[in-house]
Write a protein that binds this ligand. Structure first.
Ligand code: FAS
Ligand code: PHB
Length: 390
């Protein structure tokens, strides 16, 4: 099997890259270890930055997003019994759209298959070879057989637990990491959201987030211990804790309903540099992770491959290697801006280990500064809706 660009992973990064390459007339093959059904139903991110919406729409995969996505022009911060809206669109002229990651994945898979694209599901990549040669080889296993994909370039879009990052020789990569003393318990509930916009709540019992997927489906999160056991969280306990942390303003209550899915997501900040080595390029969670408080994960993945799409086009169209050579340095500017913003949102909103009363006071002061300073609110807003250029 041979192609121009071998892509490991059919998440938002891998699928969008394959779509962008196709639009430039560049062949690719996507190898995905899980089934199509699994990747299309894996509940993860929910917020698309303006730039991600624009990318999907201008490349012809935004039709259902336009129809079903929920455009939001603000978010609400709840703390110390107060509630403050950050009017993001008024401050920046840009907005976010709530549209589940699994819907983006479904739209991209449909577009690739309709265009005759090649995505091999249930095809686990075992190792990458020849990355410093003119013809790298992706070794993978499918239907119990070992197979090879020969290509000009390999792009690792295989997430934090993938194999691509590990294919870079010892001593090349530098890792930067921060772990947090908490995790998120996320639930998907068949309950009409009791809110028009997302609510981020700083509470003495811990952080809570009220999000949604549609007028009928709510998506909610609770800060829990980093090693929390989900079996200790029956539905009643989840709702009771969400009520305690979110129902802090008079006359407002959340809507409950059957919980359709619950899971625990660990919190970490992580970057490896550089994001490329020889003929291997890394994108998305394979090379950086952010705590989801800033809703940046999926958006960063899409921004990475938007750069790679243009870089490969320059290489194949006119043998211009400049964008490919500078991919890592260019992408890392946005990655580190998002790392800082995600860390800042996480530090401001979560009950930190040790219950340091000084920390809690700093959090309240920061939140109140966002609520009262147009300049500080604009800083939060422009990072949240996505900076056009960094
Ligand atoms: P992905 O992890 O989405 O995709 C990688 C793909 O590679 C997967 O389909 C995997 O099966 C495949 N793969 C891995 N190893 C392979 C191998 N050896 N061979 C072949 N295929 C292989 N972000 C937010 O903004 N908000 C959230 O609420 C949020 N919640 C999250 C919850 C969880 C449990 C996780 C893990 C992440 C969450 N994220 C969230 C972040 C998430 O949205 C990522 O940023 C996004 O999925 C990144 O997309 P990709 O880089 O494409 O990686
Ligand atoms: C979501 O709707 O899944 C979501 C929204 C905002 C976040 C994280 C997750 O910061």
């Amino acid at each position: 099997m041979r192609t121009q660009v071998g892509i490991v992973g059919a998440g938002p990064a891998g699928l969008m890259l394959s779509h962008l390459l196709h639009r430039h007339g560049i062949e690719s093959v996507v190898l995905e270890s899980r089934s199509r059904d699994h990747v299309e139903h894996r509940v993860r991110a929910g917020v698309l930055e303006q730039g991600s919406v624009d990318l999907l729409c201008r490349t012809g995969v935004g039709e259902r997003l336009r129809r079903e996505g929920l455009r939001h022009e603000g978010i609400e911060l709840r703390f110390a019994g107060e509630s403050h809206r950050v009017p993001m669109t008024e401050l920046t002229g840009r907005a976010i759209t709530v549209y589940g990651q699994q819907e983006v994945v479904k739209d991209l898979i449909a577009a690739r298959l309709a265009a005759g694209g090649t995505i091999h599901f249930d095809a686990e990549v075992l190792r990458l070879a020849g990355l410093n040669s003119a013809e790298p080889v992706v070794h993978f296993r499918r239907d119990g057989r070992d197979e090879e994909l020969r290509c000009d370039f390999v792009v690792g879009c295989d997430g934090f637990h993938g194999v691509s990052r590990g294919a870079v020789p010892e001593g090349v990569l530098t890792s930067y990491e921060r772990t947090y003393p908490f995790a998120w318990l996320g639930v998907l509930a068949a309950a009409a959201p009791a809110v028009e916009e997302l609510i981020y709540a700083n509470h003495e019992r811990g952080f809570a987030l009220y999000s949604m997927r549609s007028p009928e489906i709510s998506r909610l999160y609770l800060q829990v211990a980093p090693d929390e056991d989900i079996t200790r969280w029956p539905d009643e306990r989840i709702w009771a804790e969400l009520r305690a942390r979110l129902e802090t303003v008079p006359g407002w209550s959340l809507n409950e309903g059957p919980i359709l899915e619950k899971s625990i997501t660990p919190m970490r900040s992580f970057v490896v540099e550089p994001m490329q080595w020889e003929r291997l390029f890394l994108a998305g969670d394979a090379v950086h992770i952010v705590p989801p408080t800033g809703a940046k994960g999926m958006n960063l993945a899409l921004a990475d491959v938007a750069l790679l799409g243009d870089a490969f086009a320059a290489w194949y169209d006119r043998a211009d290697a400049e964008l490919l050579t500078n991919y890592s340095a260019t992408a890392l500017r946005r990655v580190w801006r998002a790392q800082h913003f995600s860390w800042w949102m996480t530090s401001m909103l979560h009950r930190l280990a040790g219950d340091d009363p000084y920390e809690a006071k700093l959090q309240t002061a920061t939140l109140r500064y966002v609520a009262t300073s147009r300049g500080y609110a604009t800083s939060l807003a422009e990072n949240y809706v996505g900076l056009p250029e960094v």
